[in-house]
Design a protein around this ligand. Structure first.
Ligand code: C2E
Ligand code: MG
Ligand code: MG
Length: 620
C-alpha cells in the first residue's frame, strides 16, 4: 500500500477488535456514555448465546486494491443490492471498503467518469474500514456503530479469519438482529418465568387456548395437570428464599424430565406448576404421567449442595369432558389437586363433578380465617401417645381444628397452609400453645397420671424473634411443668443456618421444654445436622409406618432411622399406626412410642378423658 496524505505510514489504521471488546488489549475505540446507554439494555438483555458476526456475513467476493474504478462501477451497476465491496491486497488481507452510494455519487458529477475511471480503487476506497474477527459478538459491533455515529451502518464490517478476508456484514442487518433479539427477549420476559425459564401463566394459557381450539377441530381431548409442591412453605420459611428458589428450579427440571417434549410444562405462580397434554386418548394417559411424576419425586433433589425430598400433589382435568374453556379447566384441575392434598398429599386426583372449586373456597376461607380467632372458632383435639413397654399413655398431641360456621369441623389440611401464608400462624399458633398448656394443667390438677403435651410449631412461628420469650411466659403463666410441654418442629426448621436455630433451641431446652422433630424422614436425606441440636425425640413420619408390612423398604427405612436415633440417645415415636400389624412391626424395628388410629383418633378434651379412663381400665 502506498503512503497517502490520509495514511502517511501506509499502514492500515483499521480498528481491529478481538473476540470481545471488553477483553481486548486496549486497541478498542473509546465508547461515549450516550452510546453506552443506548445499547446498555441490549447487553443487559443478552441471551444465553452471544451471536457473532459470522452468521450475518455476506459472501461478497473482494476486489484487488489495484482494480480500476470503472470495473467497480460496473460491478455496482450490475448488482443493485451490493451495498459495499471489500478491497484486499495480494495476501487476501482486507485493506479497504468501497461503499456503494458515496462511490457511485462521485461518478455522477460531470466528467467524473472520464477523470476517474482509470484510477485504481485504492484512491477511492475508505481506508479505515472496521475489520473484525469472525467471532466478534454482535453486541460489540453495535457499540462501534453507535460510537461512529452510525457510519458503519452504511459501509459495513469486514470479517476475517486469521487476517484472511472472510465476508462482509451490513450494519443494518446487525442492528436489525439486535432489535430482534431485544424483541425476542421482551417476548421471553413476558412469556417465560424468569426463575425456572418455564413458560409462565400468560404463555401457558395461550397454549392451552390453542390446544382447546385444535382439539375442537380434531375431535380430540386436552389434558391438564395442576401440580403443587407439598409443604413448600416450610422449606421457604426455614431455609430462606434463595433455597426456595433453587428448589423450584430443581423441581421444574424434574418435571421437564417426566414430561414428553410435546407437553408444555409451565410455572403458574409460587410453587404451582402445570402440564398441558394435547391429543389425550383417555384418563389413563394422564395417570401414566402423574405416576411418573410422583415416582420421580422419590429421588432426592440436589439443592445448594444438599439432598432434599419433596413431594407433590397433582390434580387433573380434561377438555372437553370436564370443561371446554381454559379458565374452567384450570379451576377444575386445581380443585382436583386440592382433593389430592386432602387425601394426605403426595397423590393425584382427577376432577369429578361436585368437587369443591378450590379457588373460590380458598378465597372465602381466607376471609373467614381472619375472623376465626376472635370468634373462638378454633378447637384443639388431642391424640394419645402410648409407651409400648408399659402400655400406658404418656403424652398427647394437640391438633388444631376449625369449627367453621357453615362448613363444619375442618382439619388442618384445609387451612394450615393458608394460615401460614397469611402470617396468621403467629397469633393462632400462640393461641394453640396457650390452650394446650391450659388443658395440660387441668388434666394434671385433676389427678391424671403425668403426661406430656405435644404442640406443633410452624417454621414461621419459630423464627419470630420473640418466640422463646413467648413460650416461656406461657409456661410460667399457665403453671405447666416445662418438661410436660413438647414442641414439634419440622426437619426443615433445623436445616436453617445452625447459628440462628441453635440459640433458641438451646434456650428452650435449658428452660426444660422438650423438643421433637415431626414427620421425620420426609425432609432432608442428610441427617448429620441432628447431633448439633438439643432434640429429645424423633417422630417417624406416618408414610413409612403406613402399610409397613406390604412395603419392605419401609421396614429398612424405619430401622435405619431408629439406629440413627439411638446412636444419639433420642426417643423414637412411630406416627400413624393404624393396625396391630403396623404396631408390632414398629415395635420390632425399635420404636418405643406409638401414636395412631390403632389407639385413638384425635379427640376433643372431654372425650379424650373418657377414652383415657377406659383405656387405663382395660390395661390394668
Ligand atoms: P402431624 O403433626 O404429623 O399430626 C399427625 C396427623 O396425622 C394428624 O392429622 C393426625 O390426625 C393424623 N393421624 C394420626 N394418627 C393417624 C393414623 O393412624 N392414620 C392416619 N391416616 N392419620 C393419622 P391432623 O390433625 O389432620 O393434622 C395434620 C397436620 O397439621 C399435623 O401433622 C401438623 O403438621 C399440622 N397441625 C395440626 N395442628 C397444628 C397446630 O396447632 N399448629 C401447626 N403449626 N400445625 C398443626
Ligand atoms: Mg405433629
Ligand atoms: Mg407428624
Amino acid at each position: 500500500m502506498l503512503p497517502t496524505s490520509e495514511n502517511p505510514s501506509g499502514l492500515l489504521t483499521a480498528i481491529r477488535i478481538q473476540h470481545s471488546i471488553s477483553s481486548d488489549n486496549g486497541s478498542k475505540a473509546p465508547i461515549n456514555e450516550s452510546s453506552l446507554n443506548l445499547f446498555n439494555q441490549a447487553w443487559l438483555n443478552r441471551l444465553d448465546d452471544n451471536p457473532t458476526v459470522i452468521r450475518l456475513l455476506n459472501n461478497v467476493p473482494p476486489i484487488d486494491e489495484h482494480t480500476l474504478c470503472l470495473l467497480v462501477l460496473e460491478l455496482f451497476q450490475k448488482q443493485p443490492s451490493l451495498f459495499a465491496v471489500p478491497v484486499v491486497n495480494h495476501l487476501n488481507h482486507p485493506v479497504g471498503i468501497v461503499e456503494r452510494n458515496s462511490f457511485v455519487e462521485t461518478f455522477i458529477r460531470p466528467y467524473a467518469k472520464e477523470l476517474n475511471a482509470k484510477k485504481t480503487i485504492a484512491d477511492f476506497m475508505n481506508k479505515t474500514p472496521v475489520i473484525v474477527d469472525k467471532e466478534t459478538s454482535i453486541d460489540d459491533i453495535a457499540r462501534i456503530i453507535v460510537d461512529a455515529g452510525m457510519q458503519h451502518m452504511v459501509s459495513g464490517f469486514i470479517a476475517t479469519d486469521e487476517g484472511q478476508y472472510l465476508g462482509i456484514a451490513n450494519g443494518h442487518n446487525l442492528l436489525t438482529e439486535i432489535t430482534q433479539r431485544k424483541q425476542a427477549n421482551l417476548f421471553k420476559l413476558a412469556h417465560f418465568d424468569q426463575l425456572t425459564k418455564l413458560p409462565n401463566r400468560v404463555l401457558f394459557l395461550d397454549r392451552l387456548n390453542m390446544a382447546i381450539i385444535q382439539s375442537e377441530r380434531q375431535q380430540s381431548q386436552v389434558g391438564l395437570l395442576f401440580i403443587d409442591l407439598d409443604k413448600f412453605k416450610h422449606f421457604n420459611d426455614s431455609m430462606g428464599h434463595s433455597f426456595g428458589d433453587e428448589l423450584l428450579i430443581a423441581v421444574s427440571e424434574r418435571l421437564i424430565e417426566c414430561a414428553r417434549e410435546s407437553e408444555t410444562v409451565a410455572r403458574l405462580s409460587g410453587d404451582e406448576f402445570t402440564i398441558l397434554l394435547d391429543n389425550v386418548k383417555s384418563q389413563a394417559d394422564l395417570d401414566v404421567l402423574c405416576n411418573r411424576i410422583l415416582d420421580s419425586m422419590k429421588q432426592p433433589l440436589r439443592v445448594m449442595g444438599r439432598e432434599v425430598f419433596i413431594t407433590v400433589s397433582i390434580g387433573s382435568a380434561m377438555c372437553p369432558s370436564d370443561d371446554d374453556k381454559s379458565a374452567g379447566l384450570l379451576v377444575k384441575a386445581d380443585a382436583a389437586m386440592y382433593e389430592a392434598k386432602r387425601s394426605g398429599r403426595n397423590a393425584y386426583r382427577h376432577y369429578v363433578t361436585g368437587m369443591n372449586l378450590y379457588s373460590y373456597e380458598r378465597m372465602t376461607l381466607e376471609t373467614d380465617l381472619r375472623m376465626a380467632l376472635e370468634r373462638n372458632e378454633f378447637e384443639l383435639y388431642y391424640q394419645p401417645q402410648v409407651l409400648l413397654s408399659s402400655g400406658k399413655v404418656v403424652g398427647n398431641e394437640a391438633l388444631i381444628r376449625w369449627r367453621h360456621p357453615l362448613r363444619g369441623l375442618l382439619p388442618p389440611i384445609h387451612f394450615i397452609e393458608l394460615i401460614e401464608e397469611s402470617g396468621l400462624i403467629v397469633p393462632i399458633g400462640k393461641w394453640v400453645i396457650e390452650e394446650a398448656c391450659r388443658q395440660q394443667v387441668i388434666w394434671m390438677r385433676s389427678g391424671l397420671e403425668p403426661m406430656c403435651m405435644s404442640v406443633n410449631i410452624s417454621a414461621m412461628q419459630f423464627y419470630q424473634s420473640d418466640f422463646c420469650e413467648m413460650v416461656k411466659s406461657i409456661v410460667i403463666e399457665s403453671g405447666i411443668q416445662p418438661e410436660h410441654l413438647e414442641l414439634e418442629l419440622t426437619e426443615s426448621v433445623c436445616m436453617h443456618d445452625v447459628g440462628s436455630v441453635l440459640i433458641p433451641l438451646q434456650e428452650l431446652h435449658d428452660f426444660g421444654v422438650k423438643l421433637a422433630i415431626d414427620d421425620f424422614g420426609t425432609g432432608f436425606s442428610n441427617l448429620s445436622y441432628l447431633n448439633k441440636f438439643p432434640i429429645d425425640r424423633l417422630k417417624i413420619d406416618q408414610s413409612f409406618i403406613r402399610h409397613i408390612e406390604s412395603e419392605p423398604v419401609n421396614i429398612e427405612i424405619v430401622r435405619a432411622i431408629v439406629a440413627l436415633g439411638r446412636s444419639m440417645s433420642l426417643e423414637l415415636v412411630a406416627e400413624g399406626v393404624e393396625t396391630d400389624n403396623e404396631m408390632d412391626l414398629a415395635e420390632s424395628c425399635g420404636c418405643e412410642f406409638v401414636q395412631g388410629y390403632r389407639f385413638s383418633k384425635p379427640l376433643p378434651a372431654d372425650q379424650l378423658e373418657l377414652w383415657l379412663s377406659d383405656f387405663s381400665k382395660k390395661n390394668s
